[in-house]
Design a protein around this ligand. Structure first.
Ligand code: ADP
Ligand code: ZN
Ligand code: ZN
Length: 745
């Protein structure tokens, strides 16, 4: 008997092992095993298939041990893995790694190390160091081992140590260890206690829906009778979330599970609270802020007889084992952060959600105030159901949006700061009324550009082809691609003049200027420099919600689906920079971002004001934005997409090649391009050097496949794979990094 297993390694294909006789009646698809791989290494792997076909003429190794007594990955999950690996051209091992919490897949095991839930020890927090010293005064051996344990924990930044790890330490004997346990200096445990087991929160019933909301709810349910996927196009603050809550409630009565997907961890904070007040601890939260141990527990709970009935999470929660999935909600479905960029698998969580729902015989509800062009097209053509909800809850008007021409203001010497006078005026009024303001700027740091006024020298990253951003607090130049940081030279390294000038304003400079302009207000900033962890994010949002901050400055982080009650003014600084990406989606992104940002103004009880600062107000997209004309925007986009053969009329596969040696990158790209041409003919474009042509010392080339619907996905992938293996035959390209970005956004 043989087992084909998935190893958590970036290798394509499955690996076949012989199943020892005594394991044969215990093993099956979805079980974890320990297998030898490579020289003297052991890995955890997941069984994909058990069969009796004798593999080819190479020697087959035997499975070392079986970890589970029941499968930990369900059949349906494996099917989803297989689809993701096929469709997104990624190794099954990569999908496995993305799907399973890392403690479930320990890598590179030494033989015999594996134990299912090994005993762990941690220090008793009730002892002070001095107290311990007193207790151990007469037990120097125990003191020695304790010192070793403390050293181990500090060195590895861990809170606990396993029994087998203690055994490796100096001075270990079973008796010495037992002494420390008896004195309760060490606490022994097997399963980590975690935050998951909170007491049940008090819950309330969902709010009654307004008439318009009820109509939308009925229309959604109606639409589900003949469509698998429905798009809810509802204005910001129209109550989409309330509708989701009612739908989830409905599913609970049917005994079905709901998966509620959000594009980003930042949004889970507000929503967790909102959903928990209704659903208490029937809801599980799953994202990168949840530690590995807790993720493992959630996985186990989902496999148990009493799984969570609702999961709120980001894209990786798609991979949890659902038993009775009835509905997947994809909130803010237009968000590009649903697409994983790095590392592989580069999957799109919205599209994978639709596939998951399809495999589970469940429904998908996509929700957005600014649907993606693709989803809206699918709704227009009848592939998806479409439900509209135009009225904001409480009949609040959408905000007034106006433009400020900064070029013109500058010419007339009216721009005394980064903010236009009209915006300053609006913020002053808001502050007088005890209201708040939000300012968006899509660049972090102090000054996006430094230049020598004498010779034009510009500081660049040594490892990437990008200019460096000046960060004032650190007083350093930082590369936003690889995070390298450099000291700011006092004179120009090229001509030695002292005229280094900074240009532009990132969020950091904006914060400084705004603090000076409004000395009476507390100014907060939310960007990757101030809010990296989940906690700092929560803190800033809470401070703003409770009015401890009056003016909040942030990058796009701040524009997504947050619900604040007291925001009167939203300012969008340097809006043109949102539209100038060299990419067919840049206007779509700009429209979505500005409209969403505008949606943060005037929620709850009054109309808000939005001011967009632009130096090019004639761009047609601004007229669509100020009139809140989604339909007009959609039509302009879909016409262009059709004309230039972009999605949804084609499918794009971007192929990225990287090499330290630019010549090799170029040569490999040309070779691969030629190989692809043989089958794809004119549907291959390139190869191109991207705008940022080198990142972290790797030179980059891109090839684009633009496939119309006459190519079947299976055929296209077969051609791509065979071209790649032919490319790999050339030993020159051994070190080349090559990956695919399917449906790249
Ligand atoms: P969206 O998800 O469309 O942006 P929300 O569901 O967040 O809108 O609703 C906006 C605000 O209005 C929230 O503060 C929400 O609590 C409130 N709200 C929406 N619908 C109702 C309702 N039926 N009853 C009470 N409050 C509601
Ligand atoms: Zn110079
Ligand atoms: Zn760099």
């Amino acid at each position: 008997m043989y087992a084909d297993v998935i190893l958590p390694l970036p290798l394509s294909g499955l690996f076949t092992y012989a199943v020892p006789t005594d394991m044969q009646h215990k093993i099956g698809r979805g079980f974890r095993v320990v297998v030898p791989f490579g020289r003297r290494k052991y890995y955890t792997a997941v069984v994909a298939k058990v069969h009796r076909q004798l593999p080819g003429n190479f020697t087959i190794k035997e499975i070392h041990s079986l970890i589970d007594s029941t499968p930990v990955v369900t059949d349906q999950q494996l099917e989803l893995w297989e689809w993701v690996s096929f469709y997104y051209l990624s190794a099954q091992g990569d999908v496995c790694k993305a799907a399973l919490p890392s403690p479930m897949m320990p890598e590179d095991l030494q033989k015999g190390y594996i134990q299912k839930s090994e005993e762990q020890f941690r220090l008793n927090p009730t002892f002070e160091d001095t107290g311990v010293a007193a207790i151990l005064k007469r037990s120097p051996k125990q003191q020695l081992l304790l010192d070793e344990i403390i050293w181990f924990l500090t060195e590895n930044e861990r809170e606990s140590i396993s029994r087998s790890e203690v055994k490796e330490l100096n001075g270990y004997t079973p008796m010495v260890l037992n002494g420390l346990i008896k004195k309760e200096i060490l606490i022994s445990f097997t399963v980590e206690r975690s935050r998951l087991h909170r007491k049940a929160a008090l819950t309330r019933s969902p709010y009654p829906l307004s008439k318009e909301q009820q109509k939308a709810m009925d229309a959604i349910q109606d639409s589900f009778s003949d469509k698998q996927t429905v798009l809810l196009h509802g204005a910001t603050s129209s109550g989409k979330t309330e509708i989701y809550i009612h739908l989830i409630d409905q599913l609970l009565t049917e005994g079905k599970q709901t998966l509620y997907l959000l594009p980003e961890i930042a949004l889970t904070t507000q929503l967790t609270h909102r959903l928990q007040t209704v659903f208490g601890n029937r809801i599980g939260i799953y994202h990168s802020g949840i530690n590995d141990q807790e993720r493992t527990e959630i996985w186990q709970k989902m496999l148990s007889e009493t799984p969570y009935e609702i999961i709120l999470g980001v894209r990786s929660s798609l991979f949890l084992p659902f038993r009775r999935l009835g509905l997947v909600i994809v909130d803010e479905e237009h968000e590009t952060s649903y697409k994983q960029q790095e590392p592989s698998p580069r999957y799109h969580a919205r599209d994978t959600a639709i596939m998951l729902a399809h495999m589970s015989n469940a429904k998908t509800l996509l929700g957005s105030a600014t649907p993606s062009v693709e989803s809206y097209y699918n709704a227009q053509t009848g592939k998806y159901g479409l439900v509209m909800l135009n009225e904001r809850f409480g009949k609040i008007e959408l905000p007034q949006i106006s433009l400020q021409n900064t070029k013109d203001l500058r010419r007339r010497k009216k721009m005394k700061s980064v903010l236009a006078p009209a915006l300053i005026e609006e913020i002053n009024q808001a502050l007088e009324n005890g209201e708040q303001a939000i300012l968006f700027r899509n660049r972090r740091g102090f000054a996006p550009m430094i230049e020598c006024a004498a010779c034009g020298w510009i500081p660049k990253c040594l490892y990437c082809d990008v200019t460096l951003t000046y960060h004032k607090r650190e007083h350093r130049l930082i590369c936003h691609y690889c995070n390298s940081s450099y000291s700011l030279p006092s004179t120009c390294p090229s001509c030695h003049s002292e005229g280094l000038k900074s240009f532009g304003a990132g969020t950091e400079r904006l914060e400084e200027e705004v603090s000076q302009l409004f000395p009476g207000a507390v100014v907060g900033r939310m960007d990757r420099d101030t809010a990296s962890g989940k906690d700092s994010f929560e803190r800033i949002i809470n401070d703003f919600q409770e009015n401890r901050i009056q003016i909040l400055i942030g990058t796009q982080m701040l524009s997504k689906g947050l619900d604040f009650g007291n925001v009167r003014v939203v300012g969008i600084i340097a809006a043109d920079s949102l539209l100038n990406y060299p990419d067919f989606r840049s206007h779509e992104r700009g429209f979505q971002l500005i409209t969403q940002a505008a949606g943060r103004a005037g929620r709850r009880d009054k109309q808000g004001t939005v001011i967009i600062q632009t130096s090019d107000p004639e761009q047609p997209i601004y007229r669509l934005i100020t009139r809140n004309d989604y339909e007009g925007f959609y039509h302009s986009q879909i016409t262009e997409r059709k004309l230039f053969k972009y999605p949804p009329f084609t499918r794009l596969i971007s192929i990225v090649l990287k090499h330290k040696d630019e010549q090799k990158a170029e040569y490999a790209a040309i070779s691969f391009f030629r190989l692809l041409r043989q089958s794809f003919e004119n549907s291959v474009l390139g190869p191109n050097k991207p705008v940022v042509g080198r990142i972290q010392q790797q030179h980059i080339r891109e090839i684009l496949l633009k496939l119309d619907h006459s190519f079947s996905p299976a055929q296209a992938r077969e051609w791509i794979k065979s071209a790649e293996s032919r490319l790999r035959e050339n030993s020159d390209f051994k070190q080349i990094l090559l990956y695919y970005n399917v449906d790249w956004v």
